[in-house]
Design a protein around this ligand. Structure first.
Ligand SMILES: Nc1ncnc2c1ncn2[C@@H]1O[C@H](COP(=O)(O)OP(=O)(O)OP(=O)(O)O)[C@@H](O)[C@H]1O
Length: 250
């Protein structure tokens, strides 16, 4: 995303989480600056979603703390927004009424919530689709609705857990570009999960590589954003040392 500030909006400090007395993630220290795009890159099953569940307050860690804007939010839900790989749209609600769900839960009147969502539709490239139902949408459109709904929940910090994992390769590439365009307009801070190295390099300002059992952060990498203007750049010779470095870590 390129333009971000050095204000830490999220800090994860020495977090350890176990299942059945076995550590799954251990001693995780990460942070997210305001407006920054940071990816947690790691192999399938290593514990990335567990980390997100701790950050979202859905799981309490055995050790460590989660801070949002310097407030201790460990084990508290409702502060950061969380988008899953599966779109989880309600099939009986149209795009607008799916989008207003988080606002309704917060107690906002339906008319006001609908207006807020309608105002955002063009940004999410859904200007013509507000009245459509999920079964009338393509996979990429469904993920844009999910992203819109995630944004309506909390504009400040968004956790995106493999949001493009279920899409075909071409739609996935298109969605990566959409996501960067949308983020330029809404100026959110994003923590993103993927196990796709090229996706991580294309989207991120910074990458944490997580691996091992228990999973821990093995490397933090700053991405040379100036060298990346399109997905083709990822395959250029200049970035191949970075890709190889990540491959060796995983
Ligand atoms: N509720 C649970 N009880 C016990 N073990 C669990 C539970 N949830 C996850 N695990 C285990 O914790 C480990 C990490 O799972 P997690 O879903 O966090 O990994 P992940 O990196 O997000 O995987 P993927 O990329 O496949 O989504 C796995 O071995 C999983 O089986």
């Amino acid at each position: 995303m390129n333009i971000y500030h050095n204000k830490k909006v999220l800090k994860v400090e020495k977090v350890t989480k176990e299942y059945n007395h076995k550590n799954i993630i251990e001693d995780i220290d990460i942070y997210l600056n305001q407006g920054e795009f940071v990816t947690i890159l790691g192999p399938s099953g290593c514990g990335k979603s567990t980390l997100f569940n701790v950050i979202a307050g859905l799981l309490k860690p055995e050790q460590g703390k989660v801070w949002v804007n310097e407030n201790d939010v460990t084990g508290k839900t409702g502060i950061v927004s969380y988008m899953y790989q599966k779109d989880l749209l309600l099939p009986w609600r149209n795009v607008i009424d799916n989008g207003i769900l988080p606002l309704e839960i917060k107690g906002m009147k339906k008319d006001q919530a609908r207006q807020m969502v309608m105002d955002m539709l063009p940004i999410f490239e859904l200007a013509e689709d507000g009245e459509k139902y999920p079964d009338q949408l393509s996979g990429g459109m469904k993920q844009r609705v999910s992203l819109l709904r995630t944004y309506m929940f909390s504009k400040e910090i968004m956790l995106l857990d493999e949001p493009f994992g279920g899409l075909d390769a071409i739609t996935r590439l298109k969605m990566q570009t959409y996501l960067l365009d949308i983020l330029k307009k809404i100026k959110g801070s994003v923590l993103f999960i993927t196990h796709d190295i090229d996706e991580a390099i294309f989207l991120s300002d910074r990458i944490y590589v997580i691996t091992g059992a228990p999973a821990h952060i093995v490397e933090e990498l700053q991405i040379p954003r100036k060298q990346i203007s399109s997905q083709e750049d990822i395959l250029s010779g200049e970035l191949s040392p970075l890709r190889n470095q990540i491959l060796k870590l995983l």
